[in-house]
Design a protein around this ligand. Structure first.
Ligand SMILES: [Ca+2]
Ligand SMILES: [Ca+2]
Length: 488
């Protein structure tokens, strides 16, 4: 009897063991994901006009909520202050000075990109090779995802729709204009990108996914439907810091590089009483995009992937709204180089704000680190995971932005230093002068500081890649800039 009991017990255990094994196997079949999913949200030309970043006017409940449930970097800087080269740097993990990608490239052409980057794997490709499904829509890469990369393709970006005639600003060479248009959200390309992303989150994915969505607004033209304009009273908006003679202490080359005849100047905006209208339009676009981000995040929250997805949100650079006398990106000052950067989701602690200078090139190594993939040696940035875990962790890296060949800016905790290709320099004590109004470079007492900062400039300065658009812009050549400084 005892023996039989033991045998029966054993059989019971065996059954239990096999059923557990089957359950395990069945679970593995049904949900093979041990790796977290990635949701990457790219926003175009978004500066720090976010409530969570201290803007007093911006209505951005969804980005504020994301910042609250994750980690917000308030001092992150692009590697190039223009869409194409910034995105090339974020997605290849390489500096513009290492690739020569200072202007736009046809980044959908993988052969072209590979030839400029010594076959460095782009960020989604790295995940693809690790077994991820790659899904994407909108402006993530500048043109579109490289051919063959996406397993599910939601389509490339469009900037439209446009009214028959521009409302306020009709200069050639820029899409800049502002006003309420079109009538409905459904006519906006970002609406399609949102819906496609939401539909992907509602689907069953058996493999872990890397889902990217790229929103166009607040990139120009600053057109969104009237209801988004109605959220803001222009008379009550806070004007950005402005100093009439701010440009008087700039080196000659800065003024040449920053002379964009197609863009409105702050003086024009003041004289024509348009500054507050531009701010209203930009903020309307920001809130419209925040609304779309909210729709995506709500869909994630309701999905099977709510607890197993890492979210990263970035903008490709900032945007000047009157600072330094113009409305544009394309410069080496803070408002153009600084961009929002947030991480949230699986395993990331909440309500952290980190003000150490970091770089968008750090996104690539950070995401692979957070996902538990092997580090990629080609990455020139550094994983931010140590800071995400402990905001007081040591961080010795400055943030470097490059605008054309051999024009660099370095942002440290104390200073912004800029050196141009002809040796001209700017230095700002950002603790005393956060608006970067007073150029200290000519002052002898700062020579030691400058020498120290100069040592951190990139040692490699590749020629402009001939594939980079705008490489032969006659306008800037005619202005007598050195051969390599060719601007869009
Ligand atoms: Ca951009
Ligand atoms: Ca100044």
């Amino acid at each position: 009897m005892i023996l039989t009991n033991i045998k029966l017990k054993n059989i019971k255990y065996l059954i239990l063991f096999f059923s557990l094994l089957l359950t395990q196997y069945g679970y593995a079949q049904q949900k093979p994901q041990s790796k977290p999913n990635i949701l990457m949200i790219a926003v175009d030309d978004l500066n720090d006009f976010i409530g969570a970043m201290g803007n007093p006017d911006a209505i951005t409940p969804n980005m504020d909520k994301l910042a609250k449930r994750g980690v917000l970097f308030t001092n992150a800087h692009c590697q190039a202050p223009l869409c194409g080269p910034s995105r090339a740097s974020i997605l290849t993990g390489l500096r513009p000075s290492s690739t020569g990608i200072y202007g736009m490239i046809a980044d959908n052409d993988i052969k072209q990109v590979n030839s400029l980057t010594a076959n460095t794997k782009n960020l989604p490709q790295y995940f693809k090779d690790a077994g991820y499904r790659i899904l994407g829509v909108g402006k993530v890469f500048h043109q579109h995802f490289p051919d063959g990369l996406l397993d599910e393709d939601g389509g490339a970006s469009e900037y439209g729709p446009n009214p028959a005639t521009k409302f306020k600003w009709d200069k050639k060479g820029t899409a800049t204009d502002w006003g309420a248009f079109p009538q409905t959200d459904q006519e906006m390309p970002d609406d399609h990108a949102t819906e496609w992303t939401v539909s992907q989150l509602a689907k069953r994915h058996d493999d872990p996914f890397f889902l990217s969505v790229g929103f166009i607004r607040p990139h120009v033209p600053w057109y969104v439907p009237q209801k988004w304009f109605d959220l803001y009273d222009p008379a009550k908006l806070h004007l950005p810091p402005y100093l009439a003679n701010d440009r008087d202490d700039l080196p000659a080359i800065t003024k040449k590089i920053d002379d964009w005849p197609m863009m409105p100047t702050a003086e024009w905006a003041i004289k024509n009483n348009e500054w507050r209208n531009i701010l209203q339009a930009y903020l309307a676009c920001v809130t419209y995009t925040d609304h779309n981000i909210g729709r995506v995040l709500d869909a994630l929250e309701k999905s099977d992937y709510a607890n197993n997805t890492i979210i990263v949100l970035w903008s490709d650079h900032g945007y000047r709204l009157g600072e330094k006398n113009t409305f544009a990106k394309v410069s080496l000052w803070d408002r153009a180089t600084r961009a929002p950067l947030m991480f949230a989701g699986a395993g990331i602690s909440s309500s952290k704000k980190i003000d150490k200078p970091v770089e968008l090139i750090d996104i690539y190594p950070t995401i692979i680190d957070l996902a538990g993939l092997n580090p990629y040696k080609a990455n020139e940035g550094f994983s931010l995971k140590p800071l995400i875990i402990n905001e007081n962790a040591k961080w010795k890296h400055p943030a470097i932005t490059t605008w054309g060949k051999n024009n660099h800016s370095i942002k440290t905790a104390d200073f912004r230093f800029i050196q141009y290709e002809d040796g001209s320099q700017e230095l700002y004590d950002i603790l005393k002068d956060p608006n970067e109004w007073h150029n200290l470079a000519p002052e002898q007492r700062y020579s030691r500081t400058i020498n120290k900062l100069k040592k951190q400039l990139p040692k490699t300065n590749k020629d402009w890649a001939k594939e980079s658009f705008y490489n032969a812009n006659e306008y800037f050549k005619n202005k007598g800039l050195l051969k390599d400084t060719v601007m869009p």
